[in-house]
Design a protein around this ligand. Structure first.
Ligand SMILES: [Mg+2]
Length: 227
């Protein structure tokens, strides 16, 4: 019986690419004189490519981007600081997030977030999305990252449940889904851009957050009635 639902943050609750698309338009306008005259479309494309879905730190992304586009090399620090301070102003959730969170709460489930990232930055996103969670574990603060089983079992412990009572929802097959499985949790893959590894058996998959509520974990009563 599922007693708690744990979510990844970036590209699971937070529409990170959508949020960044809006932030980068604002940053491009404000730093126009430092960016070597690059068009917004190209600035966005190159940022997102170098960022690799958040896997490359922005202290690496900005210098590389400026070198590539012939921008002011001394602007990397101020672009990074601007990203840290202001990207959260554009944070937006995936469609249906509020309803899903409210519905799960309404079913008496405990809710949490387990995110790989920087503590201050991730908290800004969580606050910007208005998320109230029973536990939030961010890798920088915890000293351990997904897919290490330790961060998953610590999350269950904080919620006062066993890993077997947890359902983990995330977009990253290795860090989220296989990591949670390995820690003894149920898991759901939010398929929104990454590729499932062929070597691994597929499990439950959703393509919209709202589809979560229709999964067997949450409709056991209806199944029993049919049986
Ligand atoms: Mg993610």
């Amino acid at each position: 019986m599922i007693a708690a639902v744990l979510f990844d943050l970036d590209e699971t609750l937070l529409d990170r690419t959508g949020s960044l698309t809006d932030f980068l338009a604002d940053q491009h306008a404000r730093f126009a004189d430092k960016l070597g005259g690059i068009a917004l479309k190209r600035f966005r494309e190159r940022f997102l490519a170098l960022d690799a879905r958040g896997s490359v730190h922005k202290s690496v992304v900005y210098p590389a981007l400026l070198a590539e586009i012939g921008g002011a090399s001394d602007a990397a620090g101020s672009l990074l600081e601007d990203y840290m301070q202001n990207s959260c102003r554009y944070a937006r959730p995936f469609q249906g997030m509020e309803d899903v969170v409210a519905a799960l709460r309404g079913r008496g489930l405990k809710l949490g977030i387990v995110s790989n990232g920087e503590t201050a930055l991730q908290w800004r996103s969580i606050d910007a999305l208005g998320l109230q969670m029973d536990a939030v574990l961010i890798s920088q603060a915890e000293g351990v990252r997904k897919p290490d089983a330790a961060i998953f079992s610590r999350a269950a412990e904080r919620l006062g449940v066993t890993p077997e009572q947890c359902l983990f929802v995330g977009d990253n097959p290795a860090a989220d889904v296989l990591g949670a499985r390995n820690a003894g949790m149920q898991s759901v893959w939010f398929d929104n851009g990454l590729t499932w590894p062929e070597s691994e058996p597929e499990g439950e998959t959703i393509r919209q957050l709202a589809d979560l509520l229709a999964l067997p974990f949450f409709v056991s009563t209806a199944v029993n009635l049919r049986a």
